[in-house]
Design a protein. Structure first.
Length: 315
């Protein structure tokens, strides 16, 4: 059982350079209409480093929370594109911010943020008071910009949340925090989306679509069952922002209407570990989330990994 915990701060960061579908039309055999129809993406941000973006997003979260960096007990950075092989990128972010406690990277690909979030609640359960969770990726660095099947999809960004343990009822008895989670992986599908050292992303888009919808629905359903929550009780579904058709198909099978789904894909593209927290921050910025709301977060990605969590929100 994880202790009750509130989200005291959140923040995001996107590179200033925007690449629109019209820009891609000039150099690829594609069109704005084709990209929107197949993916739902209209523009994406590219540039910067994982450390730069993660630091900016985390600093924004700390400032909103009014928390001193040295009072943070743990930094967990979800990324699949670390700036260096060694050391872990979270060490750079930790130093730049002057954080207390420890730091580690988590590579769960596009499911990474939910993996990191579950790990954060685990840290709270064993004594941490405040955990900073960041999702950040720079997929543009490993994208072949001459390959229209991937160049139109992937992008860069970061977002962060600060979670703080609190008193009161535990999440399963009305308190804020993590009610349930579901983590899984099918390593036999690892070659559907991969990038060798020094190479660029390769993807079997059709097969990923088929498996992604199934994985999202099954994982989300399992998390709901473990939380003893009906899908009608979910105030907001925050899915991985990979492809609008995947989101729509998953929502249709789960029975979640569009008005209860967070989508930023059209403006951000697929930012891997950053996509769920970017959608979460956007929903918070537009006041779509209130204290007491039940949120369903669900991601899938290379590996093939998946992760879902049911959270009762409080800030």
């Amino acid at each position: 059982m994880t202790p009750p915990a509130v989200f005291t701060g959140w923040g995001s960061a996107l590179p200033s350079t925007i690449v629109t579908n019209r820009d891609l039309e000039q150099r690829l055999d594609t069109s704005d209409a084709w990209i929107v129809e197949r993916t739902g993406i209209r523009e994406r941000h590219v540039g910067g480093t994982v450390a730069d973006l993660a630091t900016e997003a985390a600093r924004n979260a700390l400032e909103q929370a009014g928390t001193r960096p040295e009072d943070v007990d743990m930094l967990i950075l979800a990324t699949t594109t670390p700036d260096e092989t060694v050391p872990h990128t979270s060490s750079i972010v930790h130093h730049r911010l002057g954080l207390g406690g420890g730091a580690m990277d988590v590579n769960g690909a596009c499911a990474g943020f939910v993996y990191a979030l579950v790990a954060a609640y685990g840290s709270l359960a064993v004594g941490a008071r405040r955990v900073l969770v960041v999702g950040a990726d720079c997929l543009s660095r490993i994208t072949d910009w001459d390959d229209r099947s991937t160049a139109v999809i992937f992008a860069d960004g970061a977002a962060a949340v600060l979670i703080e343990a609190t008193g009161g009822a535990d999440p399963l008895h009305g308190g804020p925090g993590l009610l349930s989670h579901d983590l899984g992986i099918d390593g036999s599908a690892h070659d559907l989306l991969y990038c060798p050292h020094g190479g660029t992303l390769a993807m079997d888009g059709r097969e990923i679509f088929r498996r992604a919808v199934r994985a999202t629905v099954e994982s989300a359903t399992m998390a709901l069952s473990r939380a003893k929550v009906a899908v009608e009780e979910i105030a907001l579904f925050v899915p991985h922002q990979a492809n609008l058709r995947i989101i729509e198909a998953s929502c249709a099978r789960l029975g979640i209407p569009p008005q209860r789904t967070a989508v930023v894909l059209d403006r951000t593209g697929n930012t891997s570990a950053a996509s769920i927290p970017l959608a979460l921050c956007d929903a918070l910025g537009t006041e779509r989330i209130a204290d007491g709301d039940l949120l369903l977060l669900s991601g899938f990605g290379a590996g093939m990994s998946w992760a879902s969590a049911v959270v009762r929100w409080a800030s």
